[in-house]
Design a protein around this ligand. Structure first.
Ligand code: NDP
Length: 242
């Protein structure tokens, strides 16, 4: 029986590519999203992947949504925590709301999406949790104290849960993308991209969403069963950390 995967923020950008790549690899995939119904319906029509709307920052919403996915597709084997937002500002201009929104979406999602499925993964002795972090959670980024903190927090969560899941066949890893050609990066002014960001990337280009998706498919596979608590940097050499 094909394994079941849920991809948060799976209808647009990097998540779109991850959902499609997992489907092409033989998984039964569900794609979650937050509010852009038009994009979600278009995605479902084009890919045939069912979409589910809930807020990953809301624990009860995650419990309910994951129960719906389980009822429709079966017990969840793979969770990809991809949904994420930015609310950039220098700390001296950042509002409490900007801080809270990013921590709630980008970090709380780890607990909210893992807690409801972990008992079932432990009982079935198999699970894959892949958390999509960011280069800016690895190295920090000016104007992103909220986002860098949330994404760095994902790494702590990943390492701790990796220990807990190891004897139960559950691996927990992060993928840390560099700058990828999506709407999130399209919000960065072209001049900033051309003069400040791309010159810092050794491969001299933005990454493609499919390049992140291939890393996720690998970490979800049986071939990656000995990899846990790891971070896979997919950033064109932009930040090389060992
Ligand atoms: P996009 O903004 O293109 O897509 C975000 C997706 O997440 C959408 O499907 C959106 O749903 C969903 N989403 C946002 N908030 C929530 C929420 N509260 N609950 C459920 N779903 C939500 O993002 P990207 O594809 O660019 O980024 C994907 C991930 O990769 C993020 O975690 C991001 O931080 C990370 N990343 C991206 C990089 C890049 O260069 N793009 C670089 C490094 C990391 P809806 O369509 O309904 O709005």
């Amino acid at each position: 029986m094909a394994r079941v995967a849920i991809v948060t923020g799976g209808t647009r950008g990097i998540g779109h590519a991850i959902s499609v790549a997992l489907k092409n690899a033989g998984y039964r995939v569900a794609a979650n999203y937050a509010g852009n119904d038009e994009a979600a319906q278009k995605f479902q029509a084009e890919t045939g992947i069912p979409v589910y709307k809930w807020d990953v920052g809301d624990f009860e919403g995650c419990e309910k949504g994951l129960a719906e996915v389980t009822a429709a597709l079966g017990p969840i084997d793979v969770v990809v925590n991809n949904a994420g937002i930015t609310r950039d500002a220098m700390l001296h201009k950042m509002t409490k709301e900007q801080w809270d929104q990013v921590i709630r979406t980008d970090l709380d999602c780890c607990f909210n999406m893992s807690r409801p499925v972990i008992d079932s993964m432990r009982a079935r002795k198999f699970g894959r949790i892949v958390n999509i972090s960011s280069i800016n959670g690895r190295k920090g980024q000016m104007g992103q104290s909220n986002y860098s903190a949330a994404k760095a927090g994902m790494h702590g969560f990943t390492k701790a849960l990796a220990y807990e899941g190891a004897r139960k066949g559950i691996t927990v890893n992060t993928v840390a993308p560099g700058y990828i050609n999506t709407e999130m990066v399209a919000a960065v002014p072209k001049e900033v991209l051309d003069t400040q960001i791309i010159p810092q990337i050794p491969v001299a280009r933005l990454g493609e969403a499919e390049e992140i998706a291939r890393a996720v498919v690998f970490l979800a596979s049986d071939d990656a069963g000995f990899i846990t608590g790891a971070c896979l940097d997919v950033n064109g050499g932009h930040y090389i950390a060992l």
